[in-house]
Design a protein around this ligand. Structure first.
Ligand code: ATP
Ligand code: MG
Length: 302
């Protein structure tokens, strides 16, 4: 049975796509069958996997609109050694259209069912927003990996993401969990990075991956060749770091350590709902003006 992992952080440019591509390639090099689903209209994972997003016959846009089966979009035999469900800017239109359709939060989950058994890992690259596409990824996934840069504002964004994940868990996908927070573009010479990293360890404990991804120019160069870094420069620090991450992800498969629940950054996170409050099972999330998904809490009638 495959494991479905969404790579998510609504903050832009934190290394989601770099993580999706290079974790997929590293897991494939460890002899796992991997599918990478590109669910970001930017199509960066598509291009970075060596496929021209301008020349797609079908894309995940068609899948989300129920026009094509996911299996028909999947491209295999790429040098990256994983299978890819590609996308392009058409997906932006799909995101708008989705809001009017039934079952809109479950489109991806339903689409994955028929191909699920063919892969050991299905990774989903998501856009830098907590929108309907990201919600589809969170509903389809069992686990979330949150790439984050160790900088001041990183912690601020984390509370909105945690709230969204908690909302999805309480309503549409009870089995969703955070597999780990991943430190990306890490520069150990930077005092702030070290401070934030220490704070992450303190507040989130074993929820933080031991592997961290250093800032490495090879990681930034590789997508322009349409290759994961391990196929571009196998000995680079970036390649070795993503291989270490893949090994940690595999280790979770065999031995799921009791991960310390987040102690929450008290000043950031909203208070726990009181006992009088529940999230109604059929409550659909709404998208607020700032693009953040909001789950409506309703008072229990007593
Ligand atoms: P978006 O939110 O726009 O989808 P993202 O979170 O997917 O962005 P990436 O596209 O993976 O982020 O990375 C942003 C930029 O930083 C890219 O140019 C990428 O090549 C570069 N980059 C990512 N990780 C590293 C790293 N560890 N070292 C150096 N450059 C990196
Ligand atoms: Mg991206």
């Amino acid at each position: 049975m495959s494991r479905i992992i969404a790579i998510t952080n609504q903050k832009g440019g934190v290394g989601k796509t770099t993580t999706a591509i290079n974790l997929a390639a590293s897991l494939a090099s460890l002899e796992r069958k991997v599918l990478l689903i590109d669910l970001d209209p930017q199509g960066n994972a598509t291009m970075g996997s060596g496929l021209d997003k301008a020349e797609l016959l079908y894309s995940t846009c068609d899948v989300m609109l129920d026009q094509v089966a996911l299996a028909d979009t999947i491209i295999s035999g790429l040098p990256c050694a994983y299978a890819l469900a590609p996308t392009n800017a058409d997906l932006t239109a799909a995101e708008v259209e989705l809001t009017t359709l039934t079952d809109r939060e479950c489109r991806l989950r339903n689409a994955i069912q028929s191909i699920r058994d063919q892969y050991d890992y299905i990774l989903i690259d998501t856009p830098p927003s907590l929108n309907m596409l990201t919600l589809n990824a969170l509903v389809a996934a069992e686990a979330v990996i949150v790439p984050m840069q160790c900088e001041y504002f990183a912690l601020e964004g984390l509370s909105a993401l945690m709230t969204t994940i908690e909302g999805v868990r309480s309503t549409l996908n009870p089995s969703l969990k955070i597999d780990g927070l991943l430190r990306t573009m890490f520069d150990g010479r930077n005092n702030l990075a070290n401070d934030v990293s220490a704070q992450l360890d303190e507040h989130f404990g074993r929820l933080v991956y031991r592997a961290y991804i250093p800032r490495n120019v090879r990681l930034a160069e590789a997508p322009s060749y349409g290759l994961p870094v391990m196929h571009y420069d196998k000995g680079s620090r970036g390649a070795r770091a993503y291989l270490a991450l893949a090994q940690e992800v595999l280790a979770q498969e065999f031995h799921r350590p009791e991960r310390t629940p987040p102690t929450a950054l008290e000043q950031d996170l909203p208070a726990e709902p009181s006992l009088e409050e529940t999230i109604e099972p059929d409550t659909s999330p709404k998208i607020a003006d700032d693009g953040v998904l909001v789950f409506q809490l309703k008072q229990n009638e007593k």
